[in-house]
Ligand binder design. Structure first.
Ligand code: ADP
Length: 299
């Protein structure tokens, strides 16, 4: 039996891609797609040629996070063309293929695998420095499929995104063990939503009255704060989730994988992500952008 023609075709396509990075998470909603999108923006801002491939077939959020909702994929004689955010940042997602973004994709494993193969085989990326692959949460068909198609040795490594709570960290252990089993290097773990950071000017202040009602005293507090301008630049940090167990850093230490850093829960980052923007150009995202930058520099 000769080599699988699909795998041969994929290897040919991938020959023009220098580095391939998988972004994984144990659970959904921890910020994996946000991280993938911001990593792609950051690499593109450094003038690298970047491709962002969304293989979260059942919940593609990458088109929205790159500001590409409603765009369609075009075909040329070279293959499917990614949708470009910048000339050096191309994106491919099943989200571009759904007639209605509210449509549910209910596919069984073989069909998902088929589409992943097709993405890898038929998308014409051209020369890429980085292909960032945003995988669905967990370790399921899509993960096995991407590792088999790219060949574990052809993947530079995986970044695992988590939140600080135990429930999320337990699943990170599963991701790490998946990577070890299939032979993909763990580049490191990112602890996202690690504490809340908020500009004081975004706070709403409420006062509890004797009757237990709340009255809005935001205006009063603002007037008070404005009397000393440096108060207006205050950023407040607070813990949100219980991280008494030591969080991701401790777990990384125990599992022998690198800890890349923490990104706070930042309403400004959420706004940038939901608006399809890079947080690195938005000065309001100062805190989360600098945290992300430090992490990306470690890669
Ligand atoms: P996942 O890909 O893990 O399912 P998403 O990246 O879609 O998670 O993030 C879920 C939601 O949380 C999105 O609305 C996103 O904008 C928001 N979010 C993610 N990380 C942060 C953060 N550090 N600060 C604020 N909002 C965040």
């Amino acid at each position: 039996k000769g080599p699988d023609p699909d795998l041969v075709a994929i290897a040919e396509r991938m020959a023009t891609v220098k580095h391939k990075i998988l972004i994984l998470s144990g659970k959904g909603g921890v910020g994996k797609s946000t991280f993938s999108a911001q990593l792609a923006f950051a690499l593109a801002a450094k003038d690298f040629h970047v491709g962002l491939l969304d293989i979260d077939i059942c919940g593609p959020s990458i088109p929205k996070m790159l500001g590409l909702e409603g765009q369609e994929i075009h075909q040329s004689n070279l293959g499917w063309s990614p949708v470009y955010v910048e000339p050096n940042l191309g994106v491919m997602s099943i989200g571009f293929m759904l007639p209605d973004p509210d449509d549910a994709v209910i596919w069984r494993g073989p069909r998902k695998n088929g589409l992943i193969k097709q993405f890898l085989k038929d998308v014409y990326w051209g020369e890429l420095d980085f292909l960032v692959v945003d995988a669905p949460p967990g370790t399921s068909d899509e993960h096995i499929s991407i590792v088999q198609c790219l060949d574990a040795t052809g993947i530079d490594g995986a970044i695992i995104v988590t939140t600080p709570q135990q429930v999320s960290l337990i699943d990170v252990r599963k991701e790490v063990s998946f990577c070890k089993k299939v032979g993909v290097k763990v580049l490191g773990v990112v602890e996202n939503m690690s504490g809340l950071c908020q500009r004081i000017t975004d706070f709403k202040f409420m006062k509890m009255t004797d009757t237990g009602d709340q009255s809005d005293v935001t205006e009063k507090v603002r007037e008070y704060l404005e009397k000393s301008p440096e108060m207006m630049n205050l950023i407040a940090f607070s813990e949100v989730f219980d991280s008494s167990g030591g969080g991701a850093a401790k777990m990384c230490n125990e599992m022998g994988v690198p800890f890349l850093g923490k990104v706070p829960l930042d309403p400004q980052l959420c706004k940038a992500a939901e608006g399809g923007q890079s947080c690195f150009v938005d000065k309001d995202c100062g805190v989360s952008a600098s945290a992300l930058k430090k992490i990306i520099e470690k890669l």
